[in-house]
Ligand binder design. Structure first.
Ligand SMILES: [Zn+2]
Length: 97
């Protein structure tokens, strides 16, 4: 009997931490609504809402919402098909082999 082994979500901490500490202004995102791909720095950000709302510069669809509470944050990226982040050359992630 073979069973696919898996690790619990805690192992994502290292890889995700590496991803979320990069400079997102150099990242590229694709709008789910119109398909435009462009730099995150080109988004139109509205800060006079309960949080930050970033809209596509082409179709004005919401691509990202970020709300920061006193002790937590919510990140909603439903309007973004993908986020491409420039990374340094591959570095092995620590963890069990
Ligand atoms: Zn768009």
């Amino acid at each position: 009997m073979t069973e696919m082994s898996y690790l619990d979500g805690n192992m994502l901490d290292g890889p995700m931490r590496e991803l979320f500490t990069v400079d997102l202004s150099s990242a590229t995102g694709r709008c789910e609504n119109c398909g435009m791909t462009g730099s995150m720095a080109s988004l139109h950000v509205y800060s006079h809402a309960p949080g930050l709302v970033a809209r596509c510069p082409s179709c004005e669809q919401v691509m990202l919402r970020l709300v920061r509470g006193p002790d937590r944050a919510w990140l909603d990226m439903r309007g973004t098909t993908f986020l491409q982040v420039p990374m340094p050359m591959e570095q092995p992630f620590p963890g069990p082999l």
